[in-house]
Design a protein around this ligand. Sequence first.
Ligand SMILES: Cc1ncc(COP(=O)(O)O)c(C=O)c1O
Length: 467
Amino acid sequence: MFSERTNWKLARNRFTQALEEVRAGGARVLDLTVSNPTRAGLRYDEAAILRALASPRTLDYDPQSKGLLAAREAVAGYYRDRSGRGGRDVAGNVASQGMSDGIVVDPERIVLTTSTSEGYSFVFRLLCNAGDELLVPKPSYPLFEFLADLQDVRLVPYPLIYDHGWQMDFPSLERVVTERTRGVVVVHPNNPTGSFVSEGEVDSLNAFCGEHGLAVIADEVFLDYGLDVDPDTGNGRVGTAALGRPVERRSTAQMLQKSSPQGLKPASSVAPDGTAEAVPFPKPIRETSLRNRRSFVGNEAVLTFTLSGLSKIAALPQMKVAWMVTSGPGELAGEAMGRLEVIADTYLSMNAPIQWAMPALLEQRKEIQRQLLERVRGNLAELDRQLAGQKACSRLEVDGGWYAVLRVPVTRSDEELAIELVREKAVVVHPGHFYDFPGDGYLVLSLITAEDDFRDGMGRVFAFLNS
Ligand SMILES: Cc1ncc(COP(=O)(O)O)c(C=O)c1O
């Protein structure tokens, strides 16, 4: 009766079951996986948001396939503002690279979508025939699998390798590329590793994609959460530095798919290819290295689709607004836009109130990003404070985003550990397994968790690990 692409295992996994049982027992559960910003105790300008949704212009129906021009212009304005903000810290690189925030984004190269996921599905449809392949980072955002299944696309992982920071492994990209490969996905910065694609990697990526005729698909939903950003001014720190939900978007059904067959994985600190993993150790947020925080919207070397949206940029996931920007060699980018427009026109999924509200909603990002950056930095500092008393645990370096990765001793599978933490300590963390870490010994923590919960929850985690 049903398509094979929907042959998902729909049973609840053991982690979810354990959580439900503990909650049903009445325990106060501390959730360190919070990724829904609307429930994270942030202060939104409610009046401004609600006012923005009530424009009388929403009474008119003006079907535009790429989205209303005024809304696309607001997105272009976001990139213009970013360049003003980040201009100082990347100024030296702007001229030398094909990619910068100094460029003006043409609203005609922007397509609005109801989510980044919808943007992904449009791009997958544009680039891939059934069975074609896309290279995706590992570890990364688990929703990719479902998006790919639904579009009949095959995902081929390429590892990010940790060695005092995460790096793309270009030799492995060369090994996995085939005739059927259509593009490379980068998440900038990646969820949950918090790593940006460095400038050298952008060059190598462009060279690789140019050589093999591939497109770049850049997910930048966390781009503005570089940890060097000054929470008060939004500026990168000049002189010192220029330098994770999938969950709230995923239904329980999707989360269940990540359960391993017996709910257990063999404990190992050896990568699947047999190489020993680099052993991480705690380090402070890097304040001296130059990290690339520029957007891919200016990447002209190869066909590039840059995806972002309000869900993280303005911490408004409920508004269901995202966008994609096409850049690249003129003729190719033009043809891509023509085709994307037909895909978008087939659905016309954007509603009028939200599009008219976009300038005001994008404006909200300034204050909300300030709060979130303060939260993320505060929780990271708290994590480091507690880690200072720990011998066996460390955290991996993080340059941006909403998550931290904790390295713990491998005494059991990550999933088993997460289940025991729920049952014994009523604290929820994500096993690295949900994000396809190369082995066990990784827990993922949300840094946007309310500070008190984060502090107490980490206390519970370490108490358990030391018991
Ligand atoms: C890397 C990444 N991309 C996209 C999304 C989802 O974005 P949207 O809500 O716009 O679909 C998430 C959600 O956590 C994410 O982590």
